[in-house]
Design a protein around this ligand. Structure first.
Ligand SMILES: [Ca+2]
Length: 445
């Protein structure tokens, strides 16, 4: 009698008790301002818009930077390991990763991402691990990696037996260059109607330590309006195409009845300049390159909310653990943002520290952001509240001298926290800024 009752209950109870699935969408080089629902009325991203509207968006989420010019890989390594790039660089093979954590929690773990972004330690921990596409232009012209990825993922989801929840990490190489969109997506935009970024400049005002890298050679100097519009046109078309492919994955989740039991996190490994500040790449610490979109949706997540709490993309790992009810490993540097997502906390971080190789450091406290270039003794100070596009450098304004001093103290403190030993000044500045960068020497000598 009792046994029969249990048997009857087992089916539905078991289905209900299964942990939520997790879908982690991590695009490549997608600026935060390329999502219509986040304020860009010139771009078409209906699927990402619906995701934003059904979840919680962070306005101040950052890629911490990177230890190599290929920032994509350090960003992904940080996200998958829940640690800063300093720790990731020090412990290339020793750190636990998000796939191991979800394997141990009884999930089916699945990764499909761009060839060339291989994390040799974390990716093999996924039970299913494969790659599509690359930076090869001929391959992109043969077939769109975003579509190939969506084809494979939707087929997988339709055949998934639902016995175990899935943890799926999808890391397509769009909209990273080469930006090859099918002609009908280019036709969705009038090139001359695409506005230039408000901080468009023909040149970067000084040597930031990374002016001759591959990405900076994607357009000639001085940057011209027509050349930047050409790049933005292709960029927008690829994003709209990618958005449609993401939509196919989301629709499949709905079709198989799992959308409401899936925690979705959407972000991009970092942004990119494409004309902002006279730069083309992401080898810089400006907002356009380090401030990514970060959106959570799913069971227990409020709908249509925006939060201004500071977050790093390496907070995604412990946040997904807490949202899914999975225990994270000890020692992560990422902090769970779940309380912020659920509206139970305003913020869990007071400071953002950004670092690019041995040539740039930045710190953000409140609305103030200081970017420092140790190889040329140059500093910038921006008031992001009054100047979100970082166009007015206040570092030489005597009114802000005390603030500069405080921010340098904070910068040093963050360096200590993450074991960053970079000296902040040099006696022999390379290619020094003709405007005279030495004015800030007093702060770091
Ligand atoms: Ca990238």
């Amino acid at each position: 009698m009792v046994g029969g009752g249990l048997a009857l209950a087992a089916g539905p109870v078991q289905a209900f008790a299964r942990k939520p699935n997790v879908l982690f969408l991590y695009t490549d080089d997608q600026r935060r301002d390329t999502i219509r629902a986040l304020g860009n009325s010139h771009i078409q991203t209906p699927n990402l818009d619906s995701l934003v509207k059904s979840g919680v968006s962070f306005t101040n989420a950052y890629c911490m930077g990177g230890f190599s010019a290929a920032v994509c890989l350090p960003s992904r390594m940080m996200a998958l390991r829940g640690r800063s790039w300093f720790a990731v660089q020090r412990m290339q093979t020793a750190s636990p990763n998000i796939a191991e954590t979800f394997n141990d929690a009884g999930y089916v773990t699945y990764h499909l991402g761009k060839r060339g972004n291989e994390d040799a330690k974390a990716h093999p921990s996924f039970q299913f691990n494969n790659y599509v596409g690359s930076n090869d232009i001929a391959e992109r012209e043969k077939g769109q990696p975003a579509k190939i990825l969506a084809d494979q993922v939707t087929a997988y989801l339709k055949s998934w037996n639902k016995e175990k929840p899935f943890f799926m990490y999808l890391a397509d190489g769009s909209p990273h260059d080469p930006r090859v969109a099918p002609p009908q997506y280019l036709a969705k935009y009038k090139r001359e109607a695409i506005p230039l970024p408000p901080n468009f400049q023909p040149f970067h005002p000084f040597d930031n330590g990374e002016m001759t890298i591959r990405d900076e050679k994607l357009a000639p100097w001085p940057r011209t309006e027509s050349e930047i519009r050409r790049h933005l046109h292709e960029y927008y078309a690829v994003i709209t195409y990618m958005d449609e492919q993401i939509g196919r994955v989301l629709q499949t989740l709905k079709d198989i009845g799992e959308y409401d039991n899936t925690i979705i996190v959407f972000s991009s490994d970092q942004g990119i300049a494409i004309g902002s500040h006279g730069l083309m790449g992401k080898q810089n610490l400006y907002q356009h390159s380090m401030n990514s979109a970060l959106v959570f949706t799913g069971p227990g997540v409020p709908k249509g909310k925006s939060v201004d709490a500071f977050a790093y993309l390496f907070d995604i790992y412990p946040t997904l653990c807490e949202l899914a009810g999975v225990k994270p490993p000890d020692g992560l540097e990422g902090k769970s943002q779940a309380a912020v997502v659920k509206g139970n906390a305003q913020s869990v971080r007071d400071v953002i520290f950004l670092a690019y190789r041995q040539v740039q450091r930045a710190v953000r406290v409140g609305q103030w952001k200081l970017i420092h270039y140790p190889k040329v003794n140059r500093t910038q100070l921006f008031d992001l509240k009054a100047d979100p596009n970082e166009m007015r450098d206040l570092s030489r304004d005597p009114k802000h001298a005390a603030r500069m001093r405080e921010l340098f103290v904070q910068l040093r403190r963050q360096q200590q926290l993450y074991g960053d030993t970079l000296a902040l000044g040099t006696d022999d500045p390379a290619n020094s800024d003709p405007a005279g960068g030495s004015i800030t020497l007093e702060f770091f000598n």
